[in-house]
Design a protein around this ligand. Structure first.
Ligand code: ARG
Ligand code: ZN
Length: 424
């Protein structure tokens, strides 16, 4: 390479590095995360109402059967919310003083040697930091290219912004085996979910000799990022973006993909307001992402026996239904299998996960992928796993946790599937 070309290459690498490390445009300077402790149903309803009505207040998550609620509060809303809570005698504490600080500390910059990987044919994932979608894609492509005997990549559709949705099938061939579906990144800001899914891919494919039965006895379908448009947007522009990036017809962009599935669509815990963060869309499967994913699953519905979708945060292994309090008739079967997963996961380092229905542990909401997988695709074992943490960092979990969470979830999935292959 001539000196000039080297100089250009260095400049390019620097530009790429700057793009990767750039903090998103939307600032959460002095936004606080508040943990509210409610004493009864009435207080809970009051807090829910405040989170809907007050500008600058956003419900992030609920814990302990909705007795604790995490609210993100803009500096402008601080006086309003605390006055209201104080007047109603509702207790609260501050868990994050300045969210922008957490955002700044979440993701380390690219290591110098990584800059040289930029154009290599291999992949660029590290599991040491959160990566852009193109790096996750590069890993899926890399696995398909490097292990063609067991990995096949299929583009199952395109996002609103034209990104390819890539499913990796892992199979040693032979007669049809029970299959497991795993996805992540339905919600854009839950970065730990796609990172964990790629960790599972690493184990399933590159470390397959440590546990050959997992691919000898089962087939796997893996979609690491269901909503790459939103995921990218949460990297470049707004760290807390949740929805897809479909244009809609008015002033607001995006649909909550996990309210967009055709299962009791828009019945409960979802909004018909395009500006809401839980907007269910103009109709079920209005989003190309949910449409492509469910068409694919339906085409393999006889094979797929377990549906697993990763979200964050809260540390919960959720069993349908999310849309109502009643439990499925075969709830006990679903619970027993999930329990194997939770127990194996907890054995790694005693991380506590709650096990129960989404309805009982967090809130009631319809149009979710797990309910759809069970109700409409007929997949008996359908689960949503809410990854760490329980609110210390919330969605902004430092990248140093990726490998820890990956190991735990890997053990959980293995434990669950060991029980499945032996007993079901
Ligand atoms: N946090 C997830 C959400 O709000 C949980 C979904 C659980 N499943 C359900 N069907 N509600 O989308
Ligand atoms: Zn989610």
């Amino acid at each position: 390479m001539s000196a000039r070309l080297v100089a250009v290459a260095v400049l390019l690498a620097a530009a790429v590095a700057a793009e990767e490390a750039a903090t998103p445009e939307v600032s959460y300077e002095h936004f606080r995360l508040l943990r509210v402790q409610v004493a009864d149903k009435e207080q809970m309803a009051a807090v829910f109402r405040l989170s809907m009505e007050l500008d600058g207040v956003q419900l992030w998550a609920t814990h302990n059967m909705s007795t604790q609620l995490d609210l993100l509060v803009a500096p402008t809303a601080w006086t309003n919310i605390t006055t209201e809570l104080n007047q109603s005698g509702i207790k609260y504490s501050i868990i994050i003083e300045n969210l922008q600080d957490s955002i700044r500390n979440e993701n380390p910059p690219m290591e110098p040697e990584e800059e040289e990987w930029e154009n290599r044919s291999g992949h660029r994932l590290t599991w040491k930091r959160y990566h852009h979608y193109k790096d996750i894609e590069s890993y899926v492509d890399y696995l398909a290219n490097t292990y063609p005997e067991i990995c096949q990549m299929e583009v199952i559709g395109q996002t609103s912004e034209g990104r390819p949705l890539k499913v990796l099938k892992i199979s040693t061939g032979g007669a049809a085996k029970p299959a497991v579906w795993i996805d992540g990144g339905i919600h854009a800001r839950e970065w730990i979910a796609p990172a964990t899914v790629t960790y599972l891919l690493l184990q399933l494919v590159e470390f397959r000799h440590d546990h050959p039965w997992l691919i000898d006895d089962l087939d796997w379908y893996v979609l690491p990022v269901v909503n790459p448009d939103g995921y990218e947007y949460s990297h470049t522009t707004d760290r807390l973006w949740r929805k897809t990036r479909s244009a809609g017809d008015g002033q607001c962009v995006g649909v909550d993909a996990n309210r967009n599935f055709d299962s009791h669509w828009l019945e409960v815990g979802a909004s018909s307001d395009p500006c809401s963060s839980i907007y269910a869309g103009s109709r079920p499967f209005s989003e190309p992402e949910t449409k492509a994913m469910t068409d694919f699953i339906l085409s393999r519905r006889d094979e797929i026996k377990v549906y697993l979708t990763l979200h964050s945060y809260g540390q919960m292994w959720l069993v349908p239904w999310g849309y109502k309090a009643d439990k499925p008739d075969d709830y006990y079967d679903m619970y027993v299998l999930a329990e194997q997963g939770v127990e194996a996961l907890e054995r790694v380092r005693n991380t506590d996960y709650l096990l129960g229905t989404a309805d009982e542990l967090i809130y009631t909401s319809s149009g979710g992928s797990d309910d759809w997988a069970k109700e409409k695709a007929g997949i008996k074992y359908a689960y949503t796993v809410e990854l760490p943490d329980t609110g210390r960092y919330g969605f902004v979990l430092p990248a140093a946790h990726i490998e820890l969470v990956g190991q735990e979830v890997w053990e959980g999935v293995k434990g669950m599937m060991l029980y499945f292959t032996k007993n079901i």
